[in-house]
Write a protein of this length. Structure first.
Length: 60
């Protein structure tokens, strides 16, 4: 009886660890993609600002 309980406890622990590892990997992938998207948006805003400053400097 104790062996059955321990084997189920080990299986539960293993399932929990595997689930945590998979969830963490998915979270890290989404966080990385979100960071790249934010960096692209910031770069586009910087380019737009630079272009606007150049146009303003060239305007009479």
């Amino acid at each position: 009886m104790i062996g059955l309980f321990l084997s189920e406890a080990f299986l539960f622990a293993a399932a929990a660890l595997i689930g945590f590892a998979v969830g963490w990997r998915v979270f890290a992938a989404f966080a990385s993609e979100r960071k790249r998207a934010e960096e692209r948006a910031i770069e586009q805003l910087r380019q737009a600002l630079t272009e606007a400053q150049v146009r303003r400097a060239r305007a009479p």
